[in-house]
Design a protein around this ligand. Structure first.
Ligand code: PLP
Length: 439
């Protein structure tokens, strides 16, 4: 009996007597049971064993009669994610990649970043933001932060631009939009690329435009601790730049180019080219169909999740605004719409009679999770080993130092029950009062 091709590009053979599939070994009913058990584990409900036994029986039966998945990576679901992202975020091109670190690597390569080029970012971000530039010997220049949002301060960026500056990388920390207009103006004036690290900000807006689609490049992380995820890892890279967008499909998969062929073979391999035609080898950051399925499911819930996060944020702001010395998070305005990935809790150390380190200990003692995102990157050992001087850099970012060590922390917003949220707000107020009383 002839069998349809698996649809894999390498062996698109159509009807064949001896089939070849993209998948070496198929998945079966037992595999589906293992996945179900992983995604829906036993959490102690006495009904679990019986419910799982039913599901196991059903999945195994299904496995007896079902066909087999024969396309596990870069298939129709990945394409569907990209189509949805283009429509939803208003960007001309979108690429679903294995993680956002990989997406940023592609953006940096397409921007033509070279050793010795300077990249401006704030020090308060995850190492992933600067990993690729560091790995090729580009220089990271740290600009200071805006004390209200702890995001990159455009005024300080302006001061740190030199003839070697190639890129500005604003990070929308905690899902709060960076003030993008001045950043884009600086980029235009100096001929720089802007890469928006919107890891926390899928679904945020700034002046009517989706965050992630304002810079020349931008994108989101779908890692397990983001607002939504694609089975633990994933990233979306957006661009509306034709020179880059036209290369995106090949850019995440080693430059395979199906629009061209070499003699007696199915495709050609093209390099990644920057705007000036300088070329680099494309990496492999392919996303799987399973990642895409997870994302499609969670993407359909994104608006509802953000709405719930916003309500929790407003509640926190409402309660905390009653206590002097607590600086509540800047609310959304008519021009900005954040994703409220984290709650930014700031204090005025003078008014509360203690700093955030002291407060954090009290919060932890009350059972709260507070995670200050993120330690200033110039303090990492790797920076010293690459020749950066942490104290000199700290001196160029006084607000980063002051804020990180004395004034802010982050609290979770979702998924918290109403009881947990109320407890969290009350515990913060209590802890601040204790500090005021010198307890
Ligand atoms: C600010 C920031 N940038 C980049 C990343 C990297 O994203 P990913 O984990 O998807 O590679 C993360 C997340 O983990 C992040 O928090």
């Amino acid at each position: 009996m002839g069998e349809k091709s698996s649809g894999d590009f390498r062996y698109a053979v159509g009807e064949s007597k001896v089939p070849w599939h993209a998948v070496g070994e198929y998945y079966n009913g037992s595999d589906a049971v293992a996945v179900a058990k992983f995604l829906l584990p036993d959490a102690g409900d006495p009904r679990y064993a019986a419910a799982f036994a039913n599901a196991e029986k059903a999945l195994k039966e299904l496995g007896q009669v079902a066909g087999r998945a024969t396309k596990l990576t870069l298939g129709g679901n990945v394409a569907k994610v990209e189509e949805l992202c283009r429509a939803r975020f208003g960007s001309k091109y979108a690429s679903f990649v294995d993680n956002w670190t990989g997406g940023m690597e592609i953006a940096y390569k397409l921007a033509g970043l070279k050793p010795g080029d300077e990249v401006i970012m704030s020090a308060v971000t995850f190492i992933a933001t600067m990993a690729y530039p560091l790995s090729i010997g580009a220089k990271i220049v740290f600009a200071d932060i805006d004390p209200e949002t702890i995001n990159l301060d455009p005024a300080d960026v302006a001061k740190k631009i030199t003839p070697k500056t190639k890129m500005i990388v604003p990070v929308h920390l905690g899902g709060a939009p960076v003030d993008m207009d001045p950043i884009m103006e600086l980029a235009k004036k100096h001929g720089l690329f802007v890469l928006e690290d919107a890891a926390h900000a899928m679904g945020a807006f700034y002046k009517g435009r989706a965050i992630g689609s304002i810079g020349h490049f931008g994108g989101f992380s779908l890692h397990e601790v983001k607002n939504i995820n694609s089975f633990g890892e994933g990233g979306i890279l957006l661009t509306s730049e034709d020179f880059a967008g036209s290369q995106l499909a090949g850019a995440r998969f080693l430059g395979l180019d199906f629009s061209r062929k070499i003699k007696d073979w199915l495709y050609d391999v093209s390099p990644l080219a920057d705007r000036f035609g300088n070329v680099q080898v494309a990496p492999n950051h392919s996303a799987t169909e399973i990642q895409a399925l997870g994302l499609l499911q969670q993407l359909s819930r994104l608006d509802a999740i953000i709405a719930e996060r916003r309500a929790a944020f407003e509640y926190m702001n409402g309660v905390l605004s009653e206590e002097a010395g607590i600086l509540t998070e800047k609310p959304d305005t008519a021009e900005t719409f954040g994703t409220h990935h984290l709650y930014l809790l700031r204090i005025d150390p003078k008014k509360v009679g203690g700093d955030i380190q002291m407060l954090a200990k009290k919060l932890a003692a009350k059972g709260l999770t507070n995670i200050t995102h993120f330690g200033p990157m110039y303090r990492f050992r790797i920076m010293k080993m690459l020749g950066y001087d942490e104290n000199q850099l700290a001196a160029t970012c006084p607000r980063t130092e002051e804020m990180f060590y004395h004034s802010y922390t982050h609290l979770p917003l979702y998924p918290l029950t109403r009881e947990q949220l109320e407890y969290q707000a009350k515990a913060v107020v209590e802890a601040v009062r204790e500090l005021k009383q010198g307890k």
